[in-house]
Ligand binder design. Structure first.
Ligand SMILES: CC(C)(COP(=O)(O)OP(=O)(O)OC[C@H]1O[C@@H](n2cnc3c(N)ncnc32)[C@H](O)[C@@H]1OP(=O)(O)O)[C@@H](O)C(=O)NCCC(=O)NCCS
Length: 165
């Protein structure tokens, strides 16, 4: 069975919530996504879902607006794949699709907090190498520049819903 990626549609929201409930041990990420939907940080088109042939949502990668210093970038979080679909390359397909959509939209930098062993394969390197800091241990923060010029630097201020997690 093949999996394709596309921008999430408003009507996908309940399926995306069910996916996060299945992929994570508790409701925190599902609640975070729903809170971000109502936040100014939400960017239609940069919420990407993976769907199997039947149309079922089996993965989700979310990019939201992130203040970095005096400038703006994107936060990649969360990323989730349905348990029965994990380790089949769907996560990588999703992250690459989300990054391609961001680049096409003219975005300049993406920050990700998490296991950098996983995100290094997409080109993320330690955030401090980009002059980026955040309220997380530095070894968990990665950054990927999508442009050569006007790339933001400084401290990340995550959208308010992230503080509620
Ligand atoms: C992390 C996750 C999105 C990866 O998706 P996936 O479709 O399984 O990933 P892929 O098939 O593209 O890649 C598999 C790789 O992911 C790694 N991986 C799987 N789960 C991981 C996790 N929780 N943390 C770090 N790496 C993970 C595997 O080790 C494998 O790496 P390898 O190629 O070096 O062996 C998915 O496993 C998932 O939804 N996990 C639960 C939710 C979660 O922890 N999300 C990340 C934090 S937001």
């Amino acid at each position: 069975m093949t999996v394709t990626t596309r921008a999430e549609l408003p009507e996908d929201a309940p399926a995306t919530r069910r996916l996060h409930m299945a992929a994570f041990p508790g409701p925190d990420e599902a609640d975070l996504v729903d809170a971000l939907r109502r936040d100014p940080a939400w960017l239609p088109g940069l919420s990407v879902v993976a769907v199997e042939e039947s149309g079922l949502v089996v993965g989700h990668a979310l990019l939201t607006r992130l203040q970095i210093g005096e400038g703006w970038g994107l936060a990649l979080a969360p990323v989730a794949v349905a348990p029965e679909w994990q380790r089949k390359g769907v996560g990588a397909q999703l992250v690459r699709a989300a990054l391609a959509a961001a680049e096409a939209a003219g975005e300049r930098l993406v920050v990700v907090v998490g296991d950098q062993h996983y995100y290094a394969r997409f080109g993320f390197t330690p955030a401090f190498e980009h002059g980026i800091t955040a309220d997380f241990p530095p070894e968990y923060i990665g950054a990927l520049a999508l442009a050569r010029d006007d790339v933001p630097r400084g401290h990340c201020r995550y959208p308010e819903p992230f503080g509620a997690v």
